[in-house]
Write a protein that binds this ligand. Structure first.
Ligand code: AMP
Length: 418
């Protein structure tokens, strides 16, 4: 896997946008896909949501498009087809984010909303058009766009498009495209139908297989305790005392929060310290040495302070707050359960953190088992679509979270893009 985004030959405007997203290294699918697309190959990728596939096709697509003449009236230069309007909107969002320093026009069209504004916008053409198949055909029939100049076609979540009955629309669309173009096909699964579609569509494709961008260490037992924001300190203190944990690393999102938590535990008679960017290197090194030696029972750290420090095989890691970046969750729990030792990764999660939780569960590819702690049951419950309670009162494991309409990795039908 390439170590950095710089090595692919993506232009400065794209690297800058990637840096602003906070990505430090490409995911496996990105490392494979970006060079293949830049080289002009067709691609067939087994990749599901959470692998970073969107940036995998969007970044090289934008790089190629930026070197050609911009779209003229009514012309579409690259077409991304998605099964649902939710996915179209999300891909469109990614295209805007990665393309923010480029002079390329992108647009998103899907059904269920008025067609006239879409027709008006498309008069100017689009360098990138993200669309659901049904609405794209409507627009084409109304002569709102031309598809005979498409340079790059992306079919995203192709299996789901077939499941949703879009095959006829897709075939009609394919017939409108120029013969010479680049084709990228992404699908979570490869049934006979998908293979048939791929055979007719792709020319000598580079075949890629994605693994989830970040795989959590298998020996770690994850657990999520739903809890109100203002009771997290109480709950952490309770967990340490009632379980008699002797060495626990706690992650806090803020320096202030880390200080406050350490101070509180000290007041309660525990040995604790906080490490973060405002502490001197000396203080950090000392705290770490004491913690490793067992002289310090609780170490409360921010992500930055913990990065790169060598503390392995910790029995307990607690997320007092969820990290802002989903991949930091993986880094945090990478501190526990190493080398065959069992570890516990415990997250105290408030309703306000539902979005972060969803992102983390997507990246690690599993739903964290929910378990309420008696006496700390949350009063504030998260709004749909993410149910933090996980079957209140039953505790324990459960099947993946009901992501509802925004779930896009699974196979369940949701609103069609028509
Ligand atoms: P996707 O599989 O394209 O839906 O992406 C899943 C999630 O991973 C999204 O929230 C992306 O923002 C995030 N992501 C994509 N690429 C990277 C990367 N290289 N590093 C960290 N996060 C990423």
């Amino acid at each position: 896997m390439a170590a950095s985004f710089d090595s692919f030959g993506l232009g400065e405007p794209l690297l800058k946008a990637v840096a602003e997203k906070g990505y430090t290294s490409p995911s496996p699918i990105q490392s494979q896909c970006i060079p293949a697309v830049l080289a002009g190959h067709d691609v067939m990728a087994a990749a599901q949501t959470g692998t970073g596939k969107t940036a995998g096709f969007t970044l090289p697509m934008l790089e190629r498009l930026r070197h050609g003449p911009p779209a003229r009236a009514g012309i579409v230069r690259s077409l991304v087809l998605t099964p649902t309007r939710e996915l179209a909107a999300q891909v469109g969002e990614s295209v805007r984010a990665y393309g923010r320093y480029l002079d390329l026009r992108s647009d998103v069209v899907f059904g269920g909303v008025k067609v006239n504004p879409q027709i008006n916008r498309l008069q100017r053409g689009a360098d990138i058009l993200v669309a659901t198949p049904g609405r794209l055909m409507d627009l084409y029939q109304q002569k709102a766009l031309r598809l005979d100049r498409v340079e790059i076609l992306v079919l995203d979540e192709a299996d789901r498009m077939l499941d949703m009955g879009f095959i006829r629309d897709i075939q009609k669309i394919l017939a409108l495209l120029p013969a010479k173009r680049q084709n990228l096909l992404f699908s979570a699964t490869f049934s006979g139908d998908i293979r048939r579609l791929a055979t007719g569509l792709l020319h000598n494709p580079v075949q890629l297989q994605a693994t989830p961008a970040n795989q959590a260490a298998p020996t770690v037992e994850h657990l999520l305790h739903p809890c109100d924001m203002d009771r997290k300190g109480d709950l952490l203190s309770h967990l340490i005392r009632s379980n008699d944990w002797q060495q626990v690393l706690v992650f806090s999102r803020t320096k202030h929060g880390a200080n406050r938590m350490a101070d509180r535990l000290i007041r309660e008679g525990m040995t604790a310290a906080a490490i973060h960017g405002n502490k001197s290197q000396g203080a950090r090194t000392r705290a770490l040495a004491d913690f490793k030696a067992g002289a310090l029972r609780v170490l409360v750290a921010t992500d930055l302070a913990a990065r790169g420090i060598d503390i392995h095989q910790l029995p307990h890691v607690v997320n007092l707050d969820l990290p802002n970046q989903a991949e930091d969750y993986v880094h945090r729990i990478g501190r526990t359960g190493r080398a065959g030792h069992n570890g516990h990764a415990i997250s105290l999660v408030a309703a306000e953190e539902s979005e972060l939780l969803r992102a983390i569960e997507r990246v690690i590819g599993l739903s964290l088992p929910r378990q309420e702690v008696p006496g700390f049951e949350p009063k504030v419950l998260s709004a749909a679509p993410l149910d933090l309670s996980g079957g209140r009162g039953k505790g324990g494991r459960r099947s993946p979270a009901p992501h509802g309409a925004r779930h896009r990795g699974g196979r369940r039908p949701s609103g069609s893009g028509r």
